[in-house]
Design a protein around this ligand. Structure first.
Ligand code: GLC
Length: 736
């Protein structure tokens, strides 16, 4: 292996590059899937024999889905000891919301708006993953999305670019830490670059056609935030953007990412997305796919067999310059040096550390903490919640109530099935009440798996239903856990409905007939249209899929040992027909009802959502007052100073996410009716008040024009503050 102690990483890379053959350079741009899990279509040409042979030839730069120190050590040893130059592999894995000890699915964590907790959650995930030999995670997913039909909304930070950017930064920091060469830090990967969340009709792997303003002002900011946080890699995406598959997009990958943004890490393709340029009808064969992808700045081919089979030939026949390979390989080798892999390729293969870190008590405590913070209280009529802690007969009903698998979510390859604390187990710890449980119906039939379709049960078993109704009749309170199975959202899990799947709505209504004191606990990976429940059920708790400590988190919230503080990162529609519905929409030319039908609305539904972005209740109440803009006239380069007083006017200590929105009333590009531009998570004891200060700088007051330039325009602004995007105090200021 090549290495010298005194030179800079750049000098080491230059020296190593000078010794590499074209085939070895292509090898660094080639990533193979491991021999165990698959996270995409079964590898076409890949078989273990060929992969081992290529490892020995130095024709593999990275592997994914190889985990555990023993397995990683095996492949790393071959790469380092048996190949000519001994260049170490970078080992990637989807550490999306935890490794073995799982935190809540990312959209749930985003509902906490607690950037420290989100960063710590990523830190815990990196600590476990790195102990298992992983030194690169394919996270954070930062795709903004407004369409709950899309299965992967579970994986991101919701619908807003400001919140999404802050969460992206927190997750990158959590994964990469302060020193990438440490054995418990791993390279992060902002994905999927770009616009995958705008997949047409929410259908997976579909076309994306969006305008420049949406691209620059909504889609790109979280990626830019990740790049500004020194994220080491990006992953491109399966979709095309305005007719060009992004794996072949020089506009995105070279002009914007590596040009304007000066990104110096590397871009990995998504699973076989290079090969899929053929399916898209953008490349006629693998040879052309290799040329397009390499020219466009896709540095590494994930399980696509395009680069390994075609790239060296394209350089040798002069179709593409070797400098394109040199740029890609430089980027890849630099990250490997920064990870410390050249100093010690087995840095992440410490069996003792693996035993100490994986699943330890501290990690369980950390994921429980962030799980509680991710829960959103949507409704609590007559203070049905928190539950009394003694003398109560609690009936627990629903197919998800005792499920130990579903709450793990869909991206949990390294975890073990049935390792979640179920809601039943969590509630059982409160011994002073009597708890009975009946599932009532089944949600799914047969087994579940990451790669296979899931079958929803649509039958009713009368005796099962009757058992549930029986315990409901005799109960003081009924807790119903309904929603989606963990494999009903995630990759390749788009839905054409966003209601309660299967016969759950029927079960809910039947139980309601015998006992109206229902607490509905939702388990879901996307916003659901639950208008009937909102009208009839007195208490509704959004509990997403909260990972390993689900049941304990839900129980602590239902019993008031944790006062819920979550706020929705994505709008909940009244019905599917409203989709896409989001808070930062445009005014339209006819926003308001006149005494006629000629205004922007539906004739069969309200315009307003069921629950707006940023919404979430508490067991206490908060009052906003003394909202002030301290400089109501300011020059274009002057910061705007704002303050507001928030008081806890209820009977519980609690947390509030104080949210600040602006509206730029007139713009050369029309501006949204509201844009989140600040938030602060505060804790207030009952009776306590605090004054919160905000500063709006040019970074918050401008926008991108259709040339991609960031501009600020003078004019009139409104500014709003409150506990969600719909209920606010309003003030104004003018930029001159
Ligand atoms: C999948 C996903 C991507 C993931 C990759 C590796 O298809 O789209 O997010 O990181 O393949 O598993």
């Amino acid at each position: 292996m090549i290495d010298t102690k005194n030179e800079t990483i750049s000098e080491k890379v230059t020296l190593l590059l000078s010794k590499m053959t074209i085939e070895e350079k292509v090898g660094q741009m080639n990533q193979y899937n491991g021999f165990w899990d698959v996270t995409g279509p079964t590898p076409q040409n890949g078989n273990a024999k060929k992969k081992y042979e290529h490892l020995r030839k130095g024709w593999v730069g990275s592997m994914l889905n190889v985990r555990g120190t023993e397995n990683v050590r095996e492949v790393q040893r071959i790469a380092v000891e048996e190949s000519r130059l001994g260049i170490p592999l970078i080992i990637g894995f989807d550490v999306i919301h935890g490794y073995k000890t799982l935190s809540p699915i990312p959209i749930a964590e985003s509902a906490s708006w607690d950037l420290k907790a989100i960063e710590n959650s990523a830190r815990v995930a990196a600590t476990e993953a790195s102990a298992a030999g992983i030194n690169w995670t394919f996270a954070p997913m930062v795709d903004i999305s407004r369409d709950p039909r899309w299965g992967r909304v579970m994986e991101g930070g919701g619908e807003d670019p400001f919140l999404g950017s802050k969460i992206a930064q927190a997750r990158v920091k959590g994964f990469q830490g302060d020193d990438l060469s440490k054995p418990n830090t791993i390279a992060a990967c902002a994905k999927h670059f770009a616009a995958y969340g705008f997949s047409e009709a929410g259908k997976e792997y579909n076309s994306v056609d969006i305008g420049t303003s949406t691209l620059y002002n909504v889609v790109l900011p979280p990626f830019k935030a990740a790049v500004d946080s020194n994220v080491k890699t990006l992953m491109n995406s399966f979709n095309e953007l305005n007719g060009v598959p992004v794996t072949g997009s020089s506009f995105l990958q070279r002009e914007i990412l590596k040009g304007k943004w000066n990104f110096n890490g590397f871009v990995v393709s998504d699973w076989a997305s290079m090969r899929e340029l053929i399916e898209w009808g953008h490349a006629k064969d693998k040879k052309e796919a290799a040329k397009i992808a390499a020219t466009a700045g896709s540095d590494m081919d994930m399980e696509g067999y395009v680069y390994i089979e075609e790239l060296a030939k394209l350089v040798k026949d002069g179709t593409i310059k070797e400098s394109i390979l040199d740029d890609a390989v430089r980027r890849i080798l630099t990250v490997k040096y920064e990870l410390g892999l050249f100093d010690n390729p087995f840095l992440y293969c410490d069996e003792t550390n693996e035993k100490e870190q994986i699943g330890n008590e501290a990690h369980h405590e950390a994921v429980l903490d962030v799980a509680k913070k991710s829960i959103v209280l949507l409704k609590n009529e007559n203070n049905l919640l928190p539950l009394k802690k003694s003398g109560q007969k609690i009936a627990l009903i629903g197919p998800l109530a005792n499920d130990k698998n579903s709450p793990l979510g869909s991206w949990r390859l390294a975890s073990d099935d049935n390792t979640a604390v179920s809601v039943y187990e969590g509630l059982s710890k409160y011994k002073e009440n009597t708890l009975s449980f009946e599932k009532g119906i089944d949600l799914i039939e047969g087994n579940t798996s990451f790669t296979q379709p899931l079958k929803v049960n649509n039958t009713i078993n009368t005796s099962e239903i009757n058992k549930a109704l029986q315990i409901a009749k005799n109960a003081d309170v009924v807790v119903m856990v309904l929603g989606e199975h963990g494999f009903q959202s995630g990759e390749a899990r788009s839905r054409t409905e966003i209601d309660l799947p299967g016969r759950q709505q029927e079960l809910l209504e039947k139980v309601y007939e015998v006992n109206k004191n229902i607490v509905l606990v939702l388990n879901n990976g996307r916003p659901l249209a639950i208008e009937w429940a909102d009208k009839n059920i007195p208490a509704i708790v959004e509990a997403w899929q909260l990972g390993t400590q689900t049941g304990n988190a839900v129980a602590e919230v239902l019993y008031g040992d944790y006062n819920p503080s979550g706020k929705l990162p994505m709008t909940f529609p009244r019905n599917l027909g409203q989709v896409p519905i989001y808070y930062n929409h445009k005014s339209t030319g006819r926003p308001n009802p006149e005494n006629n039908v000629f205004w922007s609305h539906y004739i069969d539904s309200e315009n307003s959502p069921l629950y707006p972005f940023g919404y979430g209740l508490s067991y206490t109440t908060f009052k906003y007052s003394d909202f002030k803009v301290h400089n109501k006239k300011a020059s274009i380069n002057e910061d705007i100073k704002i303050s507001v007083k928030v008081s806890n006017t209820g009977n519980y200590d609690g947390k509030e996410v104080v949210q600040l929105y602006i509206r730029d009333l007139f713009g050369s590009i029309t501006r949204p009716v509201k844009e989140l531009k600040g938030f602060e998570l505060i804790e207030l004891k009952k009776g306590e008040s605090k004054v919160i200060d905000f500063t709006l700088t040019k970074n918050e007051l401008g926008f991108f024009n259709n040339q991609g330039e960031y501009i600020i325009e003078p004019g009139d602004f409104e500014v709003f503050v409150g506990g969600n995007s719909a209920e606010n105090l309003k003030e104004t200021f003018v930029l001159e």
